[in-house]
Design a protein around this ligand. Sequence first.
Ligand code: PEP
Length: 237
Amino acid sequence: MKKLFIIANWKSNKTIEETEKWFHDFSEKLLLESADLSNKELIICPPFTAIERSHDYSVNLKLSIKIGAQNISKFKQGAHTGEVTGEMLESLVLYCIVGHSERRKYFGETDDDVIEKIKLLLEYKITPVLCISDLSQLDSYVDRGKQIIEKAEDIIFVYEPPNAISGGGEYKPDSPDDANLNAGKIKEKVGETKILYGGSVNSDNASSFFSQPNIDGALVGQASLDPIEFLQIIKNA
Ligand code: PEP
């Protein structure tokens, strides 16, 4: 049975108080419903401000949820106001989202920036969760950074078409078959690795993506903000 990775991307949501409530509600419901968590890696990527508390809640409530970041500086420590470096993150997180289409759209991140960030993540032994909007973008990464192929086993790839992201501009959900086809093409290019699907995954459609042979889990945005809905996605996996 394949191991599923279910990663919550909270984006710019949740204060410390809201984070505490999320973990308590999740834990309470989990105890009541005793969901089967075997063969599932659950990862929450909160905003930087809630990373440490999320880790503590996960440990204290015995949830074995892993914690990830949503971004990393492309620089090492120094005079880069507002940036959070790999050195700062390495003792806090095991995973980090990189190359998300919202960072390209709103913060002008380029393919070269993404490659620099992947290099740093690998150096600090934080697993990159690399979002790929389409196959031409993957080609561009492969041209720019040898790590994409050489270290593919240490990277989690996410096929995430920007139009399938909930709340995005011209919203167009992807079908499980199409997502599977594209995940297969990513595997053909980079070799054996984990490929997740991202874009409007919720408790109604999660199992139709998880059952696809080339898909090893999901990156979940909006639906992960509600602990009950997130648990339902996990249960439906
Ligand atoms: C995302 O933006 O990474 C994402 C998966 O969002 P949503 O699930 O809300 O479409």
